[in-house]
Write a protein that binds this ligand. Structure first.
Ligand code: KG4
Ligand code: ZN
Length: 333
């Protein structure tokens, strides 16, 4: 079984061809970082136009690199939400057109389902497993019990973790994207100088909150002498903020792991690149006696291989979607 997958829900235009053994036959990604950098964040209109400009060429390239004609495909899958609607429409329309012309099934994939099933593509993880999804757009803990069977144990009540990293980076003048910049600054800083609150720590349930923490960083900056922040101030603020995020996420994960019986603890999303967080999560999995599975970073962040793979899993389960499927800007799993 071979599926072409498309991902266009945020600032990455991506196409990949994957087979049902988990082999990635080809994978092409075009990041729009440079186009959004002057604005310090993703501009939806620019994103949509850029997806439109590049998607056809990327699909051609993915098919050429895989050495396949469209006839060799068993289906075409695209992210149909949640995400920035302009981009999602571009991916969905492209996939539908290819499916219609070549008479192949079309799969409208929930982007979150793509992230949720990646560990089965990379590590053949068996159901059920616990997933922490931490990215710029999402922050959730899911019990992944089967294809189409996701039990949400916790979600953010305001910002996603990556969003908080990006906003704090902007506040400290560290640039975009913010996560890697905050991590780099934090490595030179003293996390004890600014004792930030640990949002949600000790609260029942597994929900997250990061908006208050972001405000605390702003208020802390305002207590410092006026004028530009020194490099040491920035490093100490970054270290304090990162330690608070890691502690808060760890508290939520610990609660989820406590009541969970399954095969593994899996992490996905761009924030999973954070080494302090990764170290902490690995320790929590070990305490819970579960293998810790962190797919390679390029498959943890937004990519099309995960969309093709989710398409394969759904196709195997006998599913496909009609060509009049409407893209969904909001689509809880
Ligand atoms: O999964 P992803 O590539 O895209 C979304 O679906 O959002 O995640 C991007 C997010 C950004 O917010 C970025 O700042 C964050 O992941 N990120 C990090 C690190 N690397 C990327 N956050 C903290 N530490 C990092 N090292
Ligand atoms: Zn994502």
């Amino acid at each position: 079984m071979i599926v072409l997958g498309l991902e266009t829900s945020c600032d990455e235009t991506a196409a990949a061809v994957v087979d049902d053994s988990g082999l990635i036959l080809s994978e092409v990604v075009l990041s729009q970082f440079e186009e959004h950098r002057p604005y310090g964040g993703v501009v939806p209109e620019i994103a949509a136009r850029s997806h439109l400009d590049h998607i056809d060429r990327l699909v051609d390239e993915a098919m050429t690199r895989a050495g396949l004609s469209y006839d060799a495909l068993d289906a075409v899958a695209a992210t149909a939400g949640p995400g920035l609607i302009g981009g999602v429409i571009v991916g969905v329309m492209t996939a539908k057109a290819i499916a219609a012309v070549h008479g192949k099934p079309f799969l409208a994939v929930n982007h979150l389902e793509g992230h949720a099933l990646t560990a089965r593509l990379t590590d053949k993880v068996a159901f059920p497993y616990l997933l922490l999804l931490v990215s710029g757009g999402h922050c959730q803990i899911l019990a992944v019990e089967g294809v189409g069977r996701y039990r949400r144990l916790g979600t953010t009540i305001d910002d996603a973790a990556g969003e908080a990293f990006d906003k704090v980076a902007k506040m400290l003048g560290l640039g975009y994207p913010g996560g890697p910049a905050v991590q780099a600054a934090a490595e030179r800083g003293d996390a004890r100088r600014f004792p930030f609150p640990r949002p949600m720590k000790g609260r029942p349930g597994c929900d997250f909150s990061f908006s208050g923490l972001k405000t605390s960083v702003r208020q802390m900056v305002e207590t410092l002498p006026p004028g530009p922040l020194s490099e040491q101030d920035k490093a100490d603020l970054a270290a304090g903020f990162q330690a608070a995020v890691v502690d808060s996420i760890a508290d939520r994960v610990k609660r989820a792991l406590a009541g969970f019986r399954g095969t593994a603890f899996v992490v996905a999303g761009g924030v999973a690149a954070n080494s302090a967080l990764r170290e902490k999560l690995q320790a929590l999995a070990a305490q819970a006696g579960l293998p810790f599975v962190a797919p390679p970073l390029r498959l943890c962040t937004d990519n099309a291989a995960m969309i093709a793979w989710a398409g394969i899993e759904r196709l195997k389960a006998g599913e496909s979607d009609p060509l009049d499927f409407r893209p969904r800007p909001r689509w809880p799993l």
